[in-house]
Design a binder for this molecule. Sequence first.
Ligand code: 3HC
Length: 689
Amino acid sequence: MALTVGYEVDEGVAVLSLQNPPVNALGIALRRDLLAAFETALADRSVRVIVLIGQGKLFCAGGDISEFGKPFKAPWVPELFNTVEQSTKPVIAAIHGAALGGGMELALACHYRVCEARARIGFPEVSLGLLPGAGGTQRAPRLCGAETALELMITGKSVAAGSGAARVFFDLIVKEGLREAAMTFAQRLVEKGLPVRRTRDARNGLKDAAAYQTAIAKWRKRLGKGGAEAPGEILRCVEAAALLPFDVGMAFERAAFDTLEQSETSRALRHVFFAENKVAKIPEAKAGHARALEQIGVIGGGTRGAGLVALSLMAGFEVVLVEKDAPSLARALTRLRRLLDRAVSRGQLSALRRDGIEALLHGKTDMVALSEADLVIVAAGGDALEQGQIFAQLDAVVKDGAVLASASPFADIGALAERTGCAEDVLGLHFSLPTQMSDLVEVAVGPASGADAVVTATTFARKLGKVPVRVLGVPGRIGGRLMAAYQAAADRLVMSGALPQEVDRAMRRWGMALGPYQLADVMGLERVLARQEECGHDRRVALLRALIKDGRLGRKTSKGWYRYDADGGRVDPEVAAMIASLRGQTGGGSFPDESDIQRLCLAAMANEGARMVEEGHVMRPGDIDVAMIRGFAFPRWRGGPMQAADSAGLLSLRNLLRTCAQDGDAFWRPVNLLDDLIKNGRHFSDLNG
Ligand code: 3HC
């Protein structure tokens, strides 16, 4: 079996190179090989110094995340690093690319550190619901103090090794020629007879006890009560580093790490890490090539269209915006300018670039202006008929190889493609609203969409800073369908005894930023109704229709599910009366409690997600999780609706759906996939590949 650690000796220096592509993660094979290589180097009397270096694009990306939550296999990372630190021969870490999490902790366990200035270092464990659990919370503060350690560990952000406070970790920072620099450094250690220098004995970072305590107090205040577990545990461990002997601090860190590793939150966040990597793995990526993209065409300058134009301009593309007439174009340009100004005020665009950016824009009222566009996005045309006409007209004006995309969530891509002579270049690009804030783009692939067109569209989405998720080009997108199912569950709960504010409170406490009714008021009730109808919930919208009939359209009319004044939204007794009257007609129900509310909303979303997987609409349940987190503010720490359903227990959710389906409404019937998973003792996560 190939070794994951290379070993060579060069003039008394043993060079141990980590060779575990793609990111030199500290999996069991690498840990065993590294330990064996160390033992060899220690036993070899010709070796005076040991250099640890990474092969490939980076030094080491840390612990192997796929091993977390599974039974422990020796040597465990902290013990391995202790062996490195205890070495009687000096050990130098030579860092290029990145040293993250356990990778940085490995470097800290070495006696000296040499790095490339542009290498990224950091402790991203917090984003996995973890803490640096291989001595990071104990060693780093001994070198850099509490402020830098907490900043790095609680934010999880990486920084350039050669920048600011990060420099404190390194003995030598070079622009290039890392290996040569590390070898020269090693020879100098030998010549000068410099001893091992263990970070566990370092005091520099602890010297200023007052500054240390001030940093702890500042972060404690910032974190406040409650909140995520990992940041609080990091704070406690860093505090312990100054109070406890090193070995006791290590045991303290280990206990905290073990607890976090077993938590639902960390399990969910680890799932999201892998799901976000997998979402890019689409069949077209293997076969297709991205075409050159310079000029983007956008038809329609409404909310979505103007947002797309703004994003494209900000990404540096030349844009042709086409509207149906001069007044519509003028309105679209006003909308666009507002968006650009807002981007400046949010810091997404510099004032300097804002001044020049409109030079890249051509506002037109004739589709002929799109003849040179490389990608045209149709953000106009409400219904299928109108969209079809636009695609047929476009076909006559665009150049060969231009990709034609519909921005509508209800577009049937196959049908649109038939209106053109270039079916392989037609697909959907559905940007979630608000386009500036949401990360999600659903790339809808029709039966004839070609690999090049799909790869070109996903590349475009990434250039705009978005996360593309591949879906089938049939009407309805992930977000729309799951949010519609969520709303249907909420409405059912209200009809059976809960009040809108109770549903909202329960779902906020579960982790959603807004409850479904607060969100509906923000979106506008007419838009919500349109979505519910388009997603086939016509028979579940009686209440919504009653509110709209009463002129309650949401925040924009100062009343919807709530009533709004200058002080914000408040519960409206008139809505309660309308609900009571409708319940009277349908017989009312059973006063669900908070957990009933949360479970039914989750069951409805997961069942709809399962339906989409079953239909082949999405490739994996994990893609749904990514879409809901990136596009619909689903709490990341819950891992997305499919992962949350796995955690909640598929059997109990299925039984809940069955109970609801007893009234004969097919929407509530658990889909076959759910039954199959339960029968086979499997979970949605088993389908992610
Ligand atoms: N463990 C397992 N797999 C990992 C990994 C890790 N730490 N880091 C990356 N990978 C995998 C990815 O899943 C991906 O796999 P795939 O090809 O099968 O999809 C592959 O490596 C390549 O990763 P990317 O596509 O993300 O590569 P990039 O070049 O875009 O990014 C990176 C490289 C910046 C290192 C990025 O992968 C990253 O951020 N990785 C995670 C780093 C991290 O969180 N480290 C902490 C781990 S926990 C830890 O160390 C605990 C310790 O304290 C005990």
